[in-house]
Design a protein around this ligand. Structure first.
Ligand SMILES: [Zn+2]
Length: 113
């Protein structure tokens, strides 16, 4: 069996996939971003989506995993609650945001960096 072992002479020790990649002379991983500027723009728009109140596109907050509506005229989602005792109604607005998970953040970095 011994003579069939291709890795017998290998003495390098790798602690990460990046080190292994460099050690084996493989090319750097490139981002899977579309090269066509128009396609990239469409993908960005589709990824961001629109605000459900004012229908304007959401904005990616730099360095965060949050998309938010930055339209100054958009107050956000209207919330109401009625006080049962005195009958007064309380109204407040919640800003429109979307929190990205790990995968979504990865896509955002790929599309916007
Ligand atoms: Zn909005």
């Amino acid at each position: 069996m011994r003579e069939f072992r291709a890795a017998q002479g290998v003495t390098e020790h790798y602690t990460s996939l990046e080190a292994l990649r460099a050690g084996w002379g493989l090319p750097e991983l490139t981002k899977k971003r579309p090269k066509d500027e128009k396609v990239l723009q469409e993908k960005r728009e589709k990824f961001l989506g629109t605000c459900r109140v004012c229908k304007k596109p959401l904005t990616l907050i730099n360095g965060c995993n949050v998309l938010a509506c930055q339209n100054p005229e958009c107050k956000g989602v209207k919330m109401t609650s009625k006080n049962e005792e005195d009958g007064t109604e309380k109204v407040w607005f919640i800003p429109v945001t979307r929190v990205l998970d790990d995968k979504g953040f990865e896509i955002a970095q790929n599309l916007f960096d």
